[in-house]
Design a protein around this ligand. Structure first.
Ligand SMILES: Nc1ncnc2c1ncn2[C@@H]1O[C@H](COP(=O)(O)OP(=O)(O)OP(=O)(O)O)[C@@H](O)[C@H]1O
Ligand SMILES: [Mg+2]
Length: 151
């Protein structure tokens, strides 16, 4: 299965989501997972390399998204750049079996999520989920307030 984590907005927790999804599929589902780092900054790949150097084990492999994935995987998770252009987003969405669209609860992030979903208006609901990320801990009520603004 190919899972792509994307959004029009940068900094909404795409990379950390891709890492957690990859680890979860590997650890709890016994899948052979590879994570393709499609962001030129290579946040996930550099994190992975630092981990290897420190002998910190994770259940999946991270590879450079410009290169071919290693052989033998059952699931490919792709982390994508912040602020991608429309063509990049469409290409990635078409390649995916499933999309995860993280959004924080700030107005700008919600706006970007609406834009992302508008761009993919042919996506059927079984092919994506919006993930509310970076929810502030209590006692902040930011995410609750945002819900009221939206409705
Ligand atoms: N659950 C969380 N709680 C607190 N902070 C978080 C959480 N998830 C991510 N962050 C922080 O939010 C910031 C953005 O996360 P991340 O790098 O995953 O976003 P991104 O969407 O990949 O960003 P970019 O568009 O720059 O690639 C990071 O500093 C990360 O440590
Ligand atoms: Mg990132």
């Amino acid at each position: 299965m190919i899972i792509v984590v994307l959004s029009f907005k940068g900094g909404v927790a795409k990379t950390i989501t891709a890492i957690h999804v990859a680890e979860s599929l590997s650890k709890h589902r016994g899948r052979k997972v590879v994570l393709g780092d499609g962001d030129a900054i290579r946040t996930a790949l550099n994190w992975y390399k630092r981990g290897l150097a420190a002998n910190h084990k994770v259940g999946f492999t991270v590879f450079d998204g410009d290169e071919q994935p290693p052989d033998g995987f059952t699931d490919l998770v792709i982390d994508t750049p912040g602020n991608p252009n429309e063509d990049e987003l469409t290409q990635l969405a078409n390649a995916a079996d499933f999309l995860i669209i993280p959004t924080s609860c700030s107005p700008a992030a919600i706006e970007a999520t609406i834009q992302t979903l508008t761009q993919f208006n042919e996506l059927t609901p079984d092919r994506y989920r919006v993930l509310l990320s970076l929810v502030p801990p209590r006692p902040s009520r930011l995410s609750v307030r945002q819900k009221y603004i939206e409705t």
